[in-house]
Design a protein around this ligand. Structure first.
Ligand code: AMP
Ligand code: MG
Length: 321
């Protein structure tokens, strides 16, 4: 029922025609697969919440082919322009105030007076956005609360029959979602660690505010970014963090030399490379999420750089449901 479109000019043209007609089309970006909808069409935006089972208080990120298109919809401060120059196209989402002329449906931003905007570096997604000629709302293309998809097959696992098409552009290079940075208040605030590291952002704008742990930051986050819930990105099996040992009845998410004794092993990165680990994280959680295990044991990952995004997702995956 869901069309599988190839990464060709004809595939992109079909995807754009469906989007413009108000249908949902999932497409690959450098971070994860997004579930695209015409952000200016309130019916199409409504379908996104329906297909994902996403609560209406959780706003969507809007995608644009370039910074000029993005900043036509939101008010860009000097800081926003500096970050756009440094990071776009790339895995950084900026939360800024909507302009009065912004045509994006209020529902896409969950009724907030801010809007999250992003310019992806993926060439196929760029071609699609340029041809669509309007903002495309695209949250991660998974059922709400589940693990984000990094391949077209992952998208179909959760959404087959619920969306018009998926544009298959292969596996996602970065593998964790974009960093979400709130620039709508006086001081930049890191709402979600992601593909652009805090260290790299701070090199451009100086210190950014951020929460300590997902639990400690929950109150602030739920006020400033409704939808960044503690339990999220969750496989069916319970996840145990910072494992120093592992049982036969557990599956091991390994980072570096694996602990011995596991019933199954998924290696994130034998050489302890954080970029490689990020790109393999969601595939690993999905492939270990099998009924014959009691749980998933995850080895410790350093908190620096992309490790912050990986640990954020793992903490949410392990949070009580
Ligand atoms: P996803 O689309 O699944 O990658 O999730 C996007 C995240 O960005 C959501 O969890 C939101 O909480 C956050 N977000 C989107 N728009 C806004 C906004 N206007 N203000 C604050 N956070 C936002
Ligand atoms: Mg998501």
């Amino acid at each position: 029922m869901t069309e599988r479109l190839s990464d060709t000019p004809a595939g992109v043209a079909r995807a754009v025609a469906l989007l413009v007609a108000g249908e949902l089309v999932a497409f690959g970006t450098e971070t994860v697969y997004g579930l695209g909808a015409d952000a200016t069409n309130i019916k199409a935006v409504g379908r996104v919440f329906e297909a994902k089972g996403r609560p209406h208080f959780n706003p969507l990120i809007c995608h644009y082919p370039d910074a000029a298109a993005a900043f036509a919809d939101v008010e860009a401060s000097d800081l926003a322009r500096a970050l756009a120059t440094a990071f776009w196209p790339g895995p950084l989402t900026l939360v800024l105030r909507r302009r009065v002329t912004c045509k994006v449906a209020l529902l896409a931003g969950a009724g907030l007076d801010t809007l999250a905007v992003r310019v992806t570096a993926h060439p196929t997604a760029q071609a699609l956005l340029r041809a669509a000629g309007r903002a495309i709302a695209a949250p991660s293309a998974n059922r709400s609360g589940q693990v984000s998809p990094t391949t077209a097959a992952h998208v179909l696992d959760g959404l087959d029959g619920r969306i018009a098409a998926v544009l298959d552009s292969g596996a996602c290079r970065v593998g964790v979602e974009s960093t979400v940075l709130d620039l709508s208040e006086a001081r930049p605030f890191l709402l979600r660690p992601g593909g652009a590291t805090r260290e790299a952002i701070e090199a451009v704008v100086g210190p950014v505010g951020r929460g300590l742990t997902p639990a400690a930051a929950e109150v602030t986050r739920s006020l400033r970014s409704p939808g960044l819930l503690v339990s999220h990105y969750a496989p069916n099996l319970p996840v145990r963090l910072n494992a120093c040992d592992v049982g036969r009845d557990e599956a091991l998410l390994a980072f570096g030399a694996p602990l011995s004794g596991a019933g199954a092993i998924y290696q994130l990165s034998a050489s302890r490379d954080l970029a490689e680990a990020a790109s393999r994280l969601f595939e690993g959680l999905r492939s270990l999420d099998r009924e014959n295990f009691r749980g998933i044991a995850a080895m410790a990952i350093p908190q620096a750089g992309l490790g912050a995004a990986i640990n954020d997702r793992l903490e949410r995956a392990s949070a009580p449901r």
